[in-house]
Design a protein around this ligand. Structure first.
Ligand code: BES
Ligand code: MN
Ligand code: ZN
Length: 499
């Protein structure tokens, strides 16, 4: 969809639809109030008669409103004014976009961006309206022979209003950010939603190469299994041994910063299908393990957003990618492998494979002399138990970094919650036969998984995002969410402002 920013009175807009908000109970927002005045109280008369209470999500579409140049006016319920917040703002935008898309307005001028959201400025509101609108119109139907979206007159142009001309430039910058994040999120969703038979490690490598074709200062290289053999990546290769698809280690390097500026490194778990291996998973909902590459997908999304915004930073995305399947040549419980770092690992559960491919990728990253390194992984079912579907689990060894990620999460609504990475938990990984085991028992599964990774990240500032809960939705709305692309991109935006 196309976006633009405008300032001006609603009655003067020659547009298919004007969108204004109504609070509960029957209270006009400021832009609605203005429209009411110039239309001889057309809106307040309707509302008094009970046509619209203003409950969150309610809509009322009006035609031929007097003294306006618009074909329609859409009233959108916003709930109680004093409860109006970030989430409700996004919800109201979603409702407006869905309604416009289904009722024939191919373009619209939206005054919801002038609503007060506690603690948020114009930049935030335009940025999030753009993201929410794009998110609302997302469909994944490339593999359906009949497309979902058969709307006859779809919404094509969304004009966002700001209250004064002074805010136009800032608003346009915000829309630009919103579009870059939305397209990174869409990329992550598309990759996540693709099935395991299409989205293989080789497919991901090809996608990385085609992303590099889009941006001059993005280059991609791919390590093959033979290369990884040479680097002695025994942990990563042990996982792919049980699969007929060759593993890949994908490296994307975006050079937007000064030549010698230390890069931010993002490492994404790219298990294109995780059946558990010999420690096989139960078959119910196993299809959802195609989403076990959503960490990788979020790295794609964040790198693409950073490149689109031409952020003045150096950024490296690293994606270890493999399948995890049962096979005569697969890892067996009790097997001991040697990681690239030299640490030996007793594989007590072959389903704890994410940490095995990540640890070698993390060791590999030492060569980049990173400023910080952030890994993103659908790592543990325990994280879903602890935090549900709303927050990513966050653990790390450097307070300023965790702090910055938490803040990026709050700003974008793509939030994380910190868990403790205390020494006391490390003992759960003790092994009688190797330097460490790959599982730490039933207790604190998300923390012991991070403890495992922390053994490979001692040389740098590191944070780990467990996105097992947030990366996709189950049930009727099954699908990838594209999270945490917004959080990561915001982190990069903030980081580049500091440089
Ligand atoms: N990819 C899974 C984690 C997962 C499970 C994500 C369910 C989302 C929903 C990971 O590879 C895994 O299987 N982890 C095991 C670890 C355990 C064996 C210590 C888990 O969480 O059960
Ligand atoms: Mn697993
Ligand atoms: Zn997994």
């Amino acid at each position: 969809m196309e976006f633009s920013v405008k300032s001006g009175h609603s009655e003067k807009q020659r547009t298919a639809c004007i969108v204004v908000g109504v609070f509960e109970p029957r209270r006009l927002s400021a832009p609605a109030e203005h429209l009411d005045k110039v239309t001889d109280h057309y809106l307040s008369n309707l509302i008094r008669r009970g046509d619209m209470e203003g409950k969150l999500g309610q809509t009322l579409l009006l035609h031929n409103v007097p003294n306006t140049l618009a074909d329609r006016v859409l009233l959108v319920g916003c709930g109680r004014e004093r409860d109006f917040n970030d989430n409700k703002y996004r919800k109201v935008i979603t409702t407006a976009v869905n309604t416009l898309n289904e009722t024939g307005s191919m373009e619209a001028t939206c005054y919801l961006t002038e609503l007060n959201v506690k603690g948020r400025n114009t930049h935030w509101k335009l940025r999030h309206a753009t993201e929410a609108a794009q998110d609302t119109l997302y469909r994944f139907d490339s593999l359906k022979s009949k497309k979902d979206n058969n709307t006859r007159r779809p919404l094509r142009k969304f004009i966002l209003s700001v209250s004064s001309r002074r805010e136009l430039a800032d608003g346009e910058a915000a829309v630009k950010e919103g579009l870059a994040i939305a397209s990174g999120t869409k990329l992550a969703k598309d990759l996540g939603n693709l099935p395991g038979n299409i989205c293989t490690p080789t497919y991901l490598a090809d996608q990385a190469r085609s992303l590099a074709d889009h941006f001059d200062n993005l280059k991609v290289s791919v390590l093959e299994e033979a290369d990884m053999e040479e680097l002695a990546m025994g942990a990563l290769l042990s996982v792919s041994k049980g699969s007929r698809q060759p593993a890949k280690l994908i490296i994307m390097e975006y050079e937007g910063g000064k030549k010698n500026a230390q890069p931010v490194v993002l490492v994404g778990k790219g298990l294109t299908f995780d059946a558990g291996g010999i420690s096989i998973k139960p078959s119910a909902n196993m299809d959802e393990m195609k989403y076990d590459m959503c960490g990788a997908a979020s790295v794609f999304g964040a790198v693409s957003a950073a490149a689109e915004l031409a952020l003045p930073i150096n950024l490296i995305g690293v994606i270890p990618s493999s399948e995890n399947l049962p096979d005569g040549d697969a890892n067996k419980p009790g097997d001991i492998v040697t990681s690239m770092s030299g640490l030996t690992i007793e594989i007590l559960n072959t389903d704890a494979e994410g940490r095995l491919i990540l640890c070698d990728a993390l060791t590999y990253c030492e060569r980049f002399n990173p400023d910080v390194i952030i890994d993103i992984a659908t790592l543990t079912g325990a994280c879903v138990v602890a935090l549900g579907k709303h927050a990513s689990g966050l653990l790390g060894n450097h307070n300023p970094l965790t702090h910055d990620l938490l803040n990026a999460g709050k700003y974008t609504g793509d939030r994380a919650w910190e868990m403790p990475l205390w020494d006391e938990y490390q003992d759960q990984l003790n092994s009688n036969f190797a330097d460490m085991a790959n599982i730490g028992g039933r207790d604190a599964g998300t923390i012991t998984a991070a403890c495992f990774l922390s053994q490979f990240t001692k040389k740098f500032h590191w944070a780990h995002l467990d996105i097992a809960g947030v990366a996709w939705k189950s049930g009727k709305e099954k699908g990838s969410t594209g999270r945490p692309v917004p959080m990561l991109t915001q982190y990069l935006i903030d980081h580049s402002a500091k440089e």
